[in-house]
Design a protein around this ligand. Structure first.
Ligand code: ADP
Ligand code: MG
Length: 703
């Protein structure tokens, strides 16, 4: 034991214990409490001590009730002077406990939790309550407070100066968790220090045992911060090592050495009416260097909407084809696959490269024809959705897969490819949603990164306006003027439902309104996810050609759609969309040299919605939007993590802990440089931890 403070059952042979020991064997826990802890997902001593407080309360310093003010979050302590309950008009039971600390009184209020009344009536001591003070009919009250009773024989741990407050679930009391953790801390010596001494010194880290003790019952705020930093660091370190080991393994495999040369880029460039941007040239160069190596490429190409990723993909595919291989391009939606096909097909044909489209909605005959072309190799490039590699298509000689991931998939594909036994091909993942670096390093830390950080020249920044629904008529008039000047407009139907069918209905209604009432003098067309492929392609194609002026659509056009003459993006009920979704939709305009507009019709229904709309008006910088999105939504929902299973960090917070992540990444690289497979005895512990991270990663499809 490092600190003398915790008195554990030193007489016990705790060496037979390990972090994997079930909590029921901890002295003072036993099976009943273990059962309660299981509700929180706590099975082992390791789970227990890594179950971290949500926040802390400084209990040496309760607020005097007299000083409480409406709107503030307060922690108060007082004697119960009255408990009562009554039925409200709405059939609810309202429980009210009035507490006093001698300076004033405040009510604690609960709805329908009649058991609380019984508990409090039996209890004739004090309670501690935390929550937001509100003005009620009977003076100040705290509704649905966090609370606990103070018993005369209470453990002193409940009154440590800084008291941990744990996340709870139904049927688990704060005190039980605290008690269990205190018992668990007696076994701190089962936690070995896996980090090498020089690393601990270099990054000024505390020991794991100290950190685990102080994270639960900190001596001071400073101690809590140091404890947390140590635990965040180790979590990131193990993850970065797991990713590093994976990257190394892929890098060691024998792959294809393509002859990717400057001549191929030049050949492509001659077909373009513009020259490549510096950033495009640079990332093509990075990709070509990877492709020439005789090991598989695993690279992430990031670039904001409109930065010109498609051409980079074309350059990579052309290099594969010129080296005698096939290339596949996989998009997240059929619409996008169709769109990619229509751009790529003409470009590639001009270069003498045959390509084919293969999507689920084609007729059986079309699909058969496409599959045959892929199988026999008469098609050098095949474009489809991710189903391409998950269905029974056999490739003649696949050498490169480009995964246009947008924000839907990407990593599962690699696993599927592996299953098909063609894992040694080169893989280029493209991401249109700029994601914060911290998230990139966590989710895609095993990919090499190329970033397009420059927009094609001559673009005018999109003007974004947020309008109230009451301004609709004026907005439509404004759009009418633009249409009269030859612009084309998208009108996006609100996200009324998760159901594709209901979305389609809403889109049909909006279409009818636009066509018959709002813009009767213009040509209006419609796309949504439930249309027959032919109808949808027809509508897209006519909009692309300029044969229709207004395209009413659901978010099926969210990603990738590219019609440079379309300069108006009108989003109905924009408050219903997420921030990155709004950014993607806005990215459909501003793609040519004309001034573009994005109009968000919305009333701010929630604080979050208001934040999103404000950010949209303030900036078009995708990276800033991604950071804001992370801040508003939290990382759990973000890019990739949701769709590909939720990989959750236990301690670290991607928003707060970016600096520690950079340090841990650097430390991981240093460790792996010195000992690439972590074979040294002193690294065995780290390796075991990293392996278990890898297991978690692959379970959640992020590997
Ligand atoms: P992304 O896929 O990154 O969102 P695209 O590849 O669709 O962007 O490109 C957006 C638009 O910019 C397209 O109309 C494309 O033709 C055009 N474009 C791409 N590269 C350049 C460039 N270097 N100069 C001018 N326009 C470009
Ligand atoms: Mg290669």
């Amino acid at each position: 034991m490092e600190t003398g403070k915790i008195k554990g059952p030193m007489s016990e042979p705790s060496r037979k214990y390990s972090p994997e020991t079930e909590v029921q064997f901890v002295k003072g826990i036993g099976p009943p409490l273990a059962k309660v802890l299981a509700k929180l997902g706590i099975q082992t001593i390791g789970d227990l001590l890594y179950y971290l407080p949500r926040r802390y309360e400084d209990r040496s310093n309760f607020l005097k009730i007299r000083d409480a003010r409406a709107g503030e979050y307060v922690c108060v302590r007082g004697k119960i002077i009255d408990v009562n309950s009554k039925r409200t008009g709405g059939g609810l039971t309202l429980i009210r406990a009035v507490i006093s600390d001698g300076t004033g009184t405040v009510s604690l209020v609960w709805f329908n939790q009649t058991w609380i009344k019984a508990r409090l009536e039996k209890h004739n001591g004090e309670v501690i309550a935390y929550g937001q003070v509100q003005e009620g009919n009977w003076g100040y009250e705290i509704r649905a407070p966090e609370w606990e009773t103070i018993d005369p024989d209470d453990d002193p741990e409940n009154f440590a100066r800084i008291t941990p407050i744990y996340p709870l679930t139904e049927g688990v009391a704060q005190k039980s968790v605290r008690r269990a953790i205190r018992r668990g801390l007696a076994y701190l010596d089962v936690f070995d220090e896996y980090l090498p001494a020089d690393l601990i010194r270099r990054y000024d880290l505390r020991s794991v045992r100290w950190a685990l003790e102080q994270i639960h019952f900190p001596e001071s705020e400073g101690a809590q911060a140091s404890a947390r930093r140590r635990l965040v660091f180790e979590e990131f370190l193990y993850l970065q090592i797991a990713l590093g080991l994976r990257q190394r393994e892929i890098g060691l495999k024998r792959g294809i050495s393509f002859s990717a040369t400057q001549a191929i880029v030049d050949e492509l460039a001659t077909l373009l009416p513009f020259s490549l941007t510096g950033a495009q040239k640079r990332v093509i160069d990075e990709i070509y260097r990877d492709m020439r190596r005789e090991h598989p490429m695993s690279r992430l190409l990031q670039g904001d909407v409109g930065s010109g990723k498609t051409l980079v993909a074309a350059a990579a595919m052309l290099a594969a084809v010129r080296s005698g291989y096939q290339a596949a391009l996989m998009a997240p939606t059929e619409i996008l696959a169709e769109q990619h096909f229509s751009t790529m097909h003409s470009l590639l044909r001009a270069l003498g490269v045959s390509s084919t489209l293969l999507v689920g909605r084609q007729s059986a005959a079309e699909k058969r024809k496409a599959s045959q072309a892929v199988e026999s190799g008469t098609a050098s490039v095949v474009i489809g959705t991710h189903a391409l590699i998950q269905t029974g298509v056999t490739f003649h000689k696949l050498g490169l897969a480009v995964v246009d991931e947008q924000h839907r998939f990407g990593v599962m594909q690699r696993a599927a490819l592996r299953e098909k036994g063609i894992e040694n091909i080169d893989v280029l993942v493209m991401s249109a949603t700029p994601i914060p670096r911290s998230l990139t390093l966590t989710i895609y830390g095993d990919l090499d990164l190329s970033v397009i950080d420059e927009m094609p020249p001559g673009r005018k920044p999109i003007k974004t306006h947020w309008k109230q629904p009451s301004d609709r008529a004026a907005v439509y008039e404004g759009v009418r003027k633009l249409l009269q000047d030859g612009a084309q407009a998208y009108v996006i139907c609100p996200l009324v439902s998760e159901s594709e069918k209901m979305l389609a209905q809403a889109a049909e209604q909006l279409y009818a309104r636009m066509k018959d009432e709002v813009f009767p003098e213009f040509r209006v067309s419609l796309v949504h996810g439930q249309q027959k492929a032919k109808d949808r392609e027809g509508a897209m194609e006519s909009f692309r050609r300029g044969d229709s002026d207004v395209l009413v659509s659901t978010t099926v056009i969210e990603v990738g759609v590219d019609v440079p003459n379309a300069t108006v993006m009108l989003i109905e009920d924009a408050n219903r969309f997420g921030l990155s979704q709004l950014h993607q939709l806005r990215g459909r305009v501003g793609r040519g040299s004309k001034q573009s507009f994005c109009i968000l019709i919305a009333s701010a229904t929630t604080k979050d919605a208001e934040d999103r709309l404000r950010v949209m008006v303030e900036t078009t910088d995708g990276f800033r939007i991604a950071e804001e999105d992370l801040r508003i939504r939290g990382p759990g929902d973000l890019y990739g993590t949701k769709q590909s299973g939720s990989f959750e960090l236990r301690v670290a917070d991607l928003l707060q802990d970016g600096r520690v992540l950079e340090e841990a990444r650097q430390a991981a690289q240093t460790l792996l440089e010195r000992d690439p497979t972590l074979a040294a005895a002193e690294n065995a512990g780290i390796r075991a931890q990293a392996e278990s991270q890898r297991a978690r990663l692959s379970q959640t499809d992020v590997s």
